[in-house]
Design a binder for this molecule. Structure first.
Ligand code: ZN
Length: 54
């Protein structure tokens, strides 16, 4: 099954610069990245989506 990537915008406090800014959240089948618009700091998360039995 093909999963289309998501892009979300979320206001949250940056881990790096400490500002409450807009973060771009990109989620695809294998990973999620959260990027601070202010300083460009990006966090990566890897995961695997489990197949759901139909
Ligand atoms: Zn930041």
């Amino acid at each position: 099954m093909k999963i289309e990537p998501w892009t979300l915008k979320k206001s949250s406090k940056c881990y790096n610069c400490g500002d409450a800014t807009i973060h771009e959240v990109n989620i695809d089948q294998y990973k999620m990245t959260i990027k601070c618009r202010e300083c460009g700091f990006t966090r990566y998360y890897n995961f695997h989506i489990l197949e759901t039995p139909e």
